[in-house]
Design a binder for this molecule. Structure first.
Ligand code: NAD
Ligand code: DAU
Length: 374
Protein backbone atom coordinates (compact mmCIF):
# COMPACT_ATOMS: atom_id res chain seq x y z
CA UNK A 1 0.00 0.00 0.00
CA UNK A 2 1.39 3.47 -0.91
CA UNK A 3 1.40 6.52 1.36
CA UNK A 4 -2.09 7.15 2.73
CA UNK A 5 -3.42 4.03 0.98
CA UNK A 6 -4.90 3.17 -2.42
CA UNK A 7 -7.28 5.75 -3.92
CA UNK A 8 -10.24 3.39 -3.53
CA UNK A 9 -9.87 3.46 0.22
CA UNK A 10 -8.22 6.79 0.94
CA UNK A 11 -10.33 8.86 3.30
CA UNK A 12 -9.36 12.44 4.04
CA UNK A 13 -10.22 14.48 7.10
CA UNK A 14 -9.89 18.11 6.01
CA UNK A 15 -10.02 20.67 8.81
CA UNK A 16 -10.91 24.29 8.03
CA UNK A 17 -12.39 23.16 4.71
CA UNK A 18 -15.00 25.92 4.64
CA UNK A 19 -12.38 28.69 4.65
CA UNK A 20 -10.54 30.22 1.70
CA UNK A 21 -7.86 27.62 0.88
CA UNK A 22 -9.78 24.70 2.38
CA UNK A 23 -12.74 25.41 0.09
CA UNK A 24 -10.54 25.35 -2.98
CA UNK A 25 -8.91 22.15 -1.75
CA UNK A 26 -12.21 20.35 -1.07
CA UNK A 27 -13.79 21.49 -4.35
CA UNK A 28 -10.80 20.39 -6.43
CA UNK A 29 -9.79 17.21 -4.63
CA UNK A 30 -12.15 14.46 -3.82
CA UNK A 31 -13.54 13.26 -7.12
CA UNK A 32 -10.09 12.49 -8.43
CA UNK A 33 -8.35 10.52 -5.76
CA UNK A 34 -10.32 9.83 -2.63
CA UNK A 35 -13.06 7.47 -1.61
CA UNK A 36 -14.39 9.97 0.90
CA UNK A 37 -13.67 13.45 2.24
CA UNK A 38 -14.84 14.54 5.69
CA UNK A 39 -14.67 18.29 6.25
CA UNK A 40 -14.48 19.50 9.85
CA UNK A 41 -14.95 23.23 10.33
CA UNK A 42 -16.00 25.41 13.26
CA UNK A 43 -17.59 27.95 10.90
CA UNK A 44 -15.98 30.99 12.49
CA UNK A 45 -16.47 34.37 10.79
CA UNK A 46 -14.04 33.08 8.11
CA UNK A 47 -15.82 29.79 7.43
CA UNK A 48 -18.79 29.66 5.09
CA UNK A 49 -20.73 26.49 4.42
CA UNK A 50 -22.16 28.01 1.25
CA UNK A 51 -18.64 27.80 -0.23
CA UNK A 52 -19.05 24.03 -0.34
CA UNK A 53 -22.30 24.05 -2.33
CA UNK A 54 -20.42 22.27 -5.13
CA UNK A 55 -20.10 19.12 -2.98
CA UNK A 56 -23.31 19.52 -0.95
CA UNK A 57 -25.05 16.64 -2.78
CA UNK A 58 -21.96 14.51 -3.10
CA UNK A 59 -22.53 11.28 -1.21
CA UNK A 60 -18.77 10.90 -0.71
CA UNK A 61 -18.41 14.25 1.04
CA UNK A 62 -19.49 14.84 4.62
CA UNK A 63 -19.48 18.18 6.39
CA UNK A 64 -19.20 18.27 10.19
CA UNK A 65 -19.43 21.50 12.16
CA UNK A 66 -16.98 21.32 15.03
CA UNK A 67 -13.72 22.40 16.61
CA UNK A 68 -10.30 20.83 16.03
CA UNK A 69 -9.72 21.37 19.76
CA UNK A 70 -12.55 18.90 20.50
CA UNK A 71 -10.39 15.79 20.80
CA UNK A 72 -13.32 13.42 21.40
CA UNK A 73 -15.07 14.61 18.24
CA UNK A 74 -11.91 14.28 16.15
CA UNK A 75 -11.23 10.81 17.61
CA UNK A 76 -14.76 9.70 16.72
CA UNK A 77 -14.45 11.01 13.14
CA UNK A 78 -11.08 9.32 12.60
CA UNK A 79 -12.39 5.98 13.83
CA UNK A 80 -15.86 6.07 12.26
CA UNK A 81 -14.63 7.00 8.79
CA UNK A 82 -11.37 5.02 8.90
CA UNK A 83 -9.47 8.15 7.94
CA UNK A 84 -6.18 7.60 6.11
CA UNK A 85 -4.92 11.20 6.15
CA UNK A 86 -5.59 14.50 7.92
CA UNK A 87 -5.02 17.83 6.16
CA UNK A 88 -5.02 20.61 8.73
CA UNK A 89 -6.07 23.98 7.31
CA UNK A 90 -8.09 25.08 10.37
CA UNK A 91 -6.66 28.24 11.86
CA UNK A 92 -7.20 31.83 12.75
CA UNK A 93 -5.41 33.29 9.75
CA UNK A 94 -5.47 37.10 9.75
CA UNK A 95 -2.43 38.97 11.06
CA UNK A 96 -4.38 42.18 11.85
CA UNK A 97 -6.89 40.26 13.98
CA UNK A 98 -4.03 38.59 15.86
CA UNK A 99 -2.80 42.06 16.83
CA UNK A 100 -6.25 43.06 18.14
CA UNK A 101 -7.10 39.78 19.89
CA UNK A 102 -4.41 37.07 20.02
CA UNK A 103 -6.33 34.71 22.32
CA UNK A 104 -8.27 32.91 19.60
CA UNK A 105 -4.98 32.34 17.72
CA UNK A 106 -3.42 30.64 20.73
CA UNK A 107 -6.53 28.52 21.24
CA UNK A 108 -7.06 27.29 17.69
CA UNK A 109 -3.60 27.40 16.15
CA UNK A 110 -1.71 25.99 19.13
CA UNK A 111 -4.16 24.19 21.44
CA UNK A 112 -6.32 23.08 18.51
CA UNK A 113 -3.36 21.64 16.61
CA UNK A 114 -2.20 19.91 19.80
CA UNK A 115 -5.60 18.26 20.31
CA UNK A 116 -5.72 17.20 16.67
CA UNK A 117 -2.26 15.66 16.96
CA UNK A 118 -3.23 13.84 20.14
CA UNK A 119 -6.33 12.39 18.50
CA UNK A 120 -4.27 11.31 15.48
CA UNK A 121 -1.56 9.78 17.67
CA UNK A 122 -4.09 7.68 19.62
CA UNK A 123 -5.87 6.65 16.41
CA UNK A 124 -2.66 5.48 14.72
CA UNK A 125 -1.56 3.64 17.87
CA UNK A 126 -4.88 1.79 17.82
CA UNK A 127 -4.50 1.02 14.11
CA UNK A 128 -0.98 -0.31 14.61
CA UNK A 129 -2.37 -3.08 16.79
CA UNK A 130 -5.06 -4.14 14.29
CA UNK A 131 -3.86 -3.09 10.83
CA UNK A 132 -0.15 -2.30 10.56
CA UNK A 133 -0.38 -1.41 6.84
CA UNK A 134 -3.03 1.24 7.45
CA UNK A 135 -1.06 2.60 10.39
CA UNK A 136 2.06 2.89 8.24
CA UNK A 137 0.15 4.60 5.42
CA UNK A 138 -1.43 7.26 7.65
CA UNK A 139 -0.36 10.89 7.03
CA UNK A 140 -0.88 14.12 8.98
CA UNK A 141 -0.35 17.10 6.69
CA UNK A 142 -0.06 20.42 8.47
CA UNK A 143 -0.60 23.56 6.38
CA UNK A 144 1.62 26.38 7.59
CA UNK A 145 2.97 29.69 6.43
CA UNK A 146 6.18 31.46 5.43
CA UNK A 147 5.44 34.04 8.15
CA UNK A 148 7.02 31.69 10.73
CA UNK A 149 10.42 32.65 9.25
CA UNK A 150 10.02 36.38 9.97
CA UNK A 151 11.05 39.11 7.55
CA UNK A 152 13.64 39.09 4.73
CA UNK A 153 15.93 41.91 3.69
CA UNK A 154 16.15 43.03 0.05
CA UNK A 155 17.60 39.74 -1.20
CA UNK A 156 17.35 36.00 -0.58
CA UNK A 157 14.39 33.71 -0.04
CA UNK A 158 13.06 31.39 2.64
CA UNK A 159 13.80 27.67 2.34
CA UNK A 160 13.09 24.66 4.56
CA UNK A 161 16.34 25.49 6.37
CA UNK A 162 15.37 29.06 7.30
CA UNK A 163 15.40 29.71 11.05
CA UNK A 164 12.09 30.41 12.77
CA UNK A 165 11.62 34.08 13.74
CA UNK A 166 7.88 34.84 13.90
CA UNK A 167 6.98 38.49 14.37
CA UNK A 168 3.18 38.66 14.83
CA UNK A 169 0.98 36.77 17.29
CA UNK A 170 -0.45 34.93 14.24
CA UNK A 171 3.01 33.91 13.02
CA UNK A 172 4.08 32.90 16.53
CA UNK A 173 1.00 30.71 16.96
CA UNK A 174 1.66 29.00 13.60
CA UNK A 175 5.33 28.53 14.55
CA UNK A 176 4.29 26.87 17.81
CA UNK A 177 1.97 24.54 15.88
CA UNK A 178 4.79 23.68 13.44
CA UNK A 179 7.04 22.78 16.37
CA UNK A 180 4.36 20.53 17.89
CA UNK A 181 3.91 18.77 14.55
CA UNK A 182 7.67 18.26 14.29
CA UNK A 183 7.83 16.94 17.85
CA UNK A 184 5.02 14.44 17.25
CA UNK A 185 7.01 12.98 14.39
CA UNK A 186 10.30 12.81 16.27
CA UNK A 187 8.87 11.62 19.57
CA UNK A 188 5.94 9.43 18.58
CA UNK A 189 6.74 8.58 14.98
CA UNK A 190 3.54 10.18 13.66
CA UNK A 191 3.93 10.49 9.87
CA UNK A 192 3.66 14.26 9.60
CA UNK A 193 4.39 16.50 6.61
CA UNK A 194 4.42 20.30 6.93
CA UNK A 195 4.07 22.82 4.12
CA UNK A 196 5.08 26.48 4.58
CA UNK A 197 3.42 28.57 1.92
CA UNK A 198 3.55 32.18 0.75
CA UNK A 199 0.55 34.50 0.22
CA UNK A 200 -2.37 32.83 -1.54
CA UNK A 201 -4.95 34.61 -3.66
CA UNK A 202 -8.02 33.45 -5.56
CA UNK A 203 -11.79 32.93 -5.23
CA UNK A 204 -13.50 32.66 -1.82
CA UNK A 205 -10.91 34.70 0.12
CA UNK A 206 -12.46 36.59 3.02
CA UNK A 207 -12.39 40.32 2.20
CA UNK A 208 -10.30 41.32 5.23
CA UNK A 209 -7.23 40.24 3.20
CA UNK A 210 -5.47 42.65 0.84
CA UNK A 211 -6.63 41.42 -2.54
CA UNK A 212 -10.40 41.04 -2.05
CA UNK A 213 -10.50 44.13 0.17
CA UNK A 214 -9.01 46.21 -2.64
CA UNK A 215 -11.39 44.76 -5.24
CA UNK A 216 -14.53 45.34 -3.18
CA UNK A 217 -13.50 48.82 -1.99
CA UNK A 218 -12.66 49.85 -5.55
CA UNK A 219 -16.02 48.68 -6.85
CA UNK A 220 -17.70 50.91 -4.23
CA UNK A 221 -15.37 53.83 -5.02
CA UNK A 222 -13.93 53.65 -1.49
CA UNK A 223 -10.28 54.42 -0.62
CA UNK A 224 -7.77 51.59 -1.10
CA UNK A 225 -5.86 51.59 2.21
CA UNK A 226 -2.15 50.88 1.72
CA UNK A 227 -0.27 50.29 4.98
CA UNK A 228 2.81 52.51 5.31
CA UNK A 229 4.82 53.16 2.13
CA UNK A 230 3.31 50.15 0.30
CA UNK A 231 6.76 48.77 -0.52
CA UNK A 232 6.36 45.60 1.56
CA UNK A 233 6.86 42.57 -0.66
CA UNK A 234 4.80 39.38 -0.75
CA UNK A 235 5.27 36.28 -2.95
CA UNK A 236 1.86 35.60 -4.52
CA UNK A 237 0.57 32.10 -5.30
CA UNK A 238 -2.75 31.20 -6.91
CA UNK A 239 -4.73 29.11 -4.44
CA UNK A 240 -5.26 26.19 -6.84
CA UNK A 241 -1.50 25.85 -7.31
CA UNK A 242 -1.13 25.72 -3.52
CA UNK A 243 -3.81 23.02 -3.29
CA UNK A 244 -2.03 20.96 -5.93
CA UNK A 245 1.22 21.28 -3.95
CA UNK A 246 -0.58 20.02 -0.85
CA UNK A 247 -1.91 16.98 -2.71
CA UNK A 248 1.63 16.28 -3.94
CA UNK A 249 3.08 16.66 -0.44
CA UNK A 250 0.42 14.32 0.88
CA UNK A 251 1.24 11.52 -1.53
CA UNK A 252 4.96 12.11 -2.23
CA UNK A 253 6.23 13.99 0.83
CA UNK A 254 8.65 12.31 3.19
CA UNK A 255 7.31 11.93 6.75
CA UNK A 256 8.96 14.34 9.15
CA UNK A 257 9.92 16.76 6.38
CA UNK A 258 8.77 20.27 5.53
CA UNK A 259 8.26 21.82 2.09
CA UNK A 260 8.40 25.52 1.26
CA UNK A 261 5.77 26.44 -1.35
CA UNK A 262 5.73 29.76 -3.20
CA UNK A 263 4.74 31.40 -6.44
CA UNK A 264 8.05 32.96 -7.55
CA UNK A 265 5.90 36.09 -7.96
CA UNK A 266 7.22 38.80 -5.70
CA UNK A 267 5.44 42.14 -5.87
CA UNK A 268 5.28 45.18 -3.63
CA UNK A 269 1.81 45.86 -2.28
CA UNK A 270 1.66 48.98 -4.45
CA UNK A 271 2.54 46.97 -7.56
CA UNK A 272 -0.06 44.33 -6.76
CA UNK A 273 -2.81 46.88 -6.12
CA UNK A 274 -1.80 48.59 -9.38
CA UNK A 275 -2.32 45.30 -11.24
CA UNK A 276 -5.74 44.82 -9.63
CA UNK A 277 -6.76 48.38 -10.53
CA UNK A 278 -5.67 47.87 -14.14
CA UNK A 279 -7.77 44.69 -14.40
CA UNK A 280 -10.78 46.43 -12.86
CA UNK A 281 -10.32 49.39 -15.23
CA UNK A 282 -10.59 46.87 -18.08
CA UNK A 283 -13.30 44.55 -16.76
CA UNK A 284 -15.54 46.99 -14.85
CA UNK A 285 -14.63 50.59 -15.73
CA UNK A 286 -15.11 53.18 -13.03
CA UNK A 287 -18.35 55.15 -13.22
CA UNK A 288 -17.48 58.73 -14.12
CA UNK A 289 -14.16 57.74 -15.71
CA UNK A 290 -10.62 57.74 -14.32
CA UNK A 291 -8.64 54.81 -12.98
CA UNK A 292 -9.24 52.91 -9.75
CA UNK A 293 -5.58 53.71 -8.98
CA UNK A 294 -6.75 57.19 -7.99
CA UNK A 295 -8.37 55.58 -4.91
CA UNK A 296 -4.99 54.43 -3.49
CA UNK A 297 -4.60 55.95 -0.05
CA UNK A 298 -1.64 55.47 2.34
CA UNK A 299 -2.64 54.79 5.95
CA UNK A 300 -0.80 54.17 9.22
CA UNK A 301 1.43 51.10 8.99
CA UNK A 302 0.60 47.70 10.52
CA UNK A 303 2.43 47.32 13.87
CA UNK A 304 5.48 45.09 13.39
CA UNK A 305 4.79 44.87 9.64
CA UNK A 306 7.11 42.30 8.02
CA UNK A 307 8.94 43.91 5.11
CA UNK A 308 9.47 41.10 2.67
CA UNK A 309 8.53 37.44 2.20
CA UNK A 310 9.81 35.25 -0.65
CA UNK A 311 9.99 31.49 -1.05
CA UNK A 312 12.54 29.37 -2.87
CA UNK A 313 10.38 26.33 -3.76
CA UNK A 314 13.27 24.37 -5.34
CA UNK A 315 12.89 21.43 -3.00
CA UNK A 316 9.15 21.08 -3.63
CA UNK A 317 9.83 21.33 -7.35
CA UNK A 318 12.58 18.72 -7.21
CA UNK A 319 11.08 16.24 -4.77
CA UNK A 320 7.32 16.66 -5.21
CA UNK A 321 7.15 17.77 -8.85
CA UNK A 322 5.52 21.06 -7.83
CA UNK A 323 5.10 23.65 -10.61
CA UNK A 324 3.30 26.97 -10.66
CA UNK A 325 0.73 26.63 -13.44
CA UNK A 326 -1.03 30.00 -13.10
CA UNK A 327 1.01 33.09 -13.88
CA UNK A 328 0.25 36.09 -11.67
CA UNK A 329 -1.45 37.81 -14.62
CA UNK A 330 -3.67 34.78 -15.32
CA UNK A 331 -4.45 34.14 -11.63
CA UNK A 332 -5.29 37.77 -10.91
CA UNK A 333 -7.54 37.95 -13.95
CA UNK A 334 -9.44 34.86 -12.81
CA UNK A 335 -9.67 36.22 -9.28
CA UNK A 336 -10.95 39.66 -10.23
CA UNK A 337 -13.47 38.05 -12.63
CA UNK A 338 -14.65 35.74 -9.83
CA UNK A 339 -15.28 38.62 -7.42
CA UNK A 340 -17.10 40.54 -10.16
CA UNK A 341 -19.32 37.54 -10.85
CA UNK A 342 -19.96 36.77 -7.17
CA UNK A 343 -21.10 40.05 -5.65
CA UNK A 344 -23.90 38.31 -3.65
CA UNK A 345 -21.26 36.07 -1.98
CA UNK A 346 -19.28 39.19 -1.07
CA UNK A 347 -22.38 40.99 0.23
CA UNK A 348 -23.44 38.00 2.33
CA UNK A 349 -20.01 37.45 3.86
CA UNK A 350 -19.62 41.09 4.88
CA UNK A 351 -23.16 41.56 6.18
CA UNK A 352 -22.40 40.36 9.72
CA UNK A 353 -19.89 41.76 12.19
CA UNK A 354 -17.24 42.54 9.60
CA UNK A 355 -17.77 45.62 7.39
CA UNK A 356 -14.27 46.01 5.89
CA UNK A 357 -13.21 48.37 8.68
CA UNK A 358 -9.49 48.82 9.52
CA UNK A 359 -8.24 46.05 11.81
CA UNK A 360 -5.00 45.57 13.69
CA UNK A 361 -4.29 48.94 15.26
CA UNK A 362 -5.34 48.18 18.82
CA UNK A 363 -1.86 47.82 20.29
CA UNK A 364 -1.40 49.01 23.86
CA UNK A 365 1.54 51.16 24.95
CA UNK A 366 4.33 52.59 22.77
CA UNK A 367 4.35 51.98 19.03
CA UNK A 368 5.67 48.54 18.14
CA UNK A 369 9.34 48.64 16.97
CA UNK A 370 10.00 48.21 13.28
CA UNK A 371 10.68 44.61 12.31
CA UNK A 372 14.36 43.71 12.24
CA UNK A 373 15.54 42.57 8.85
CA UNK A 374 17.15 39.16 8.54
P1 NAD B 1 -9.34 31.17 6.51
O1 NAD B 1 -9.31 32.08 7.69
O2 NAD B 1 -9.95 31.64 5.25
O3 NAD B 1 -10.07 29.81 6.90
C1 NAD B 1 -9.86 29.16 8.12
C2 NAD B 1 -10.95 28.12 8.30
O4 NAD B 1 -10.71 27.42 9.53
C3 NAD B 1 -12.36 28.72 8.42
O5 NAD B 1 -13.27 27.95 7.64
C4 NAD B 1 -12.70 28.59 9.90
O6 NAD B 1 -14.09 28.46 10.16
C5 NAD B 1 -11.94 27.33 10.26
N1 NAD B 1 -11.60 27.25 11.70
C6 NAD B 1 -11.08 28.24 12.47
N2 NAD B 1 -10.92 27.79 13.73
C7 NAD B 1 -11.31 26.48 13.73
C8 NAD B 1 -11.35 25.48 14.73
N3 NAD B 1 -10.95 25.72 15.99
N4 NAD B 1 -11.80 24.25 14.39
C9 NAD B 1 -12.23 23.99 13.13
N5 NAD B 1 -12.22 24.92 12.15
C10 NAD B 1 -11.76 26.15 12.45
O7 NAD B 1 -7.82 30.71 6.28
P2 NAD B 1 -7.05 30.37 4.93
O8 NAD B 1 -6.50 31.62 4.35
O9 NAD B 1 -7.89 29.49 4.11
O10 NAD B 1 -5.82 29.56 5.53
C11 NAD B 1 -5.90 28.15 5.72
C12 NAD B 1 -4.60 27.67 6.33
O11 NAD B 1 -3.51 27.97 5.46
C13 NAD B 1 -4.27 28.31 7.67
O12 NAD B 1 -3.71 27.35 8.50
C14 NAD B 1 -3.24 29.38 7.31
O13 NAD B 1 -2.38 29.63 8.41
C15 NAD B 1 -2.52 28.72 6.17
N6 NAD B 1 -1.92 29.62 5.18
C16 NAD B 1 -2.66 30.60 4.59
C17 NAD B 1 -2.09 31.41 3.61
C18 NAD B 1 -2.87 32.49 2.92
O14 NAD B 1 -2.28 33.27 2.17
N7 NAD B 1 -4.18 32.59 3.10
C19 NAD B 1 -0.74 31.22 3.25
C20 NAD B 1 0.00 30.21 3.89
C21 NAD B 1 -0.61 29.41 4.84
O1 DAU C 1 2.55 34.84 3.86
C1 DAU C 1 1.47 33.98 4.13
C2 DAU C 1 0.41 34.71 4.91
O2 DAU C 1 -0.22 35.61 3.98
C3 DAU C 1 -0.63 33.79 5.53
O3 DAU C 1 0.00 32.99 6.50
C4 DAU C 1 -1.75 34.59 6.19
O4 DAU C 1 -2.75 33.72 6.68
C5 DAU C 1 -2.35 35.52 5.14
O5 DAU C 1 -3.35 36.33 5.74
C6 DAU C 1 -1.27 36.39 4.52
O6 DAU C 1 -0.73 37.32 5.49
P1 DAU C 1 -0.41 38.85 5.10
O7 DAU C 1 -0.33 39.64 6.34
O8 DAU C 1 0.73 38.92 4.15
O9 DAU C 1 -1.76 39.17 4.26
P2 DAU C 1 -2.70 40.45 4.22
O10 DAU C 1 -3.66 40.23 3.08
O11 DAU C 1 -3.27 40.78 5.54
O12 DAU C 1 -1.70 41.60 3.80
C7 DAU C 1 -0.90 41.52 2.62
C8 DAU C 1 -0.02 42.75 2.57
O13 DAU C 1 -0.86 43.90 2.31
C9 DAU C 1 0.69 43.05 3.87
O14 DAU C 1 1.96 43.61 3.58
C10 DAU C 1 -0.20 44.10 4.55
C11 DAU C 1 -0.77 44.86 3.37
N1 DAU C 1 -2.14 45.40 3.55
C12 DAU C 1 -3.11 44.59 3.98
C13 DAU C 1 -4.40 45.04 4.14
C14 DAU C 1 -5.50 44.16 4.65
C15 DAU C 1 -2.39 46.72 3.18
O15 DAU C 1 -1.50 47.45 2.76
N2 DAU C 1 -3.66 47.19 3.32
C16 DAU C 1 -4.69 46.40 3.80
O16 DAU C 1 -5.84 46.91 3.91
Amino acid sequence: MGPAGESSERVLLVTGGAGFIGTSFVLTTRAADFAKVVTLDKLTYAGNLANLAGVAHDAEHLFVEGDIADRALVAALLAEHKVTAVVNFAAESHVDRSIDAPGAFIQTNIVGTFELLEAARAYVAGLAASDADRARAFRFLHVSTDEVFGSLGDTGAFTEASPYAPNSPYAASKAAADHLVRAYHHTYGLATVTTNCSNNYGPFQFPEKLLPLMILNALEDKPLPIYGDGLNVRDWLFVEDHCEAIRMALTRGTPGETYAIGGRSERTNLELVGLICALLDELSPRHGGGSYRDLVHHVKDRPGHDRRYAIDPSRAERELGFRVTHSLEDGLRRTVAWYLANRPWCAAITSGNYRRERLGLSVDGPAAPATKKA
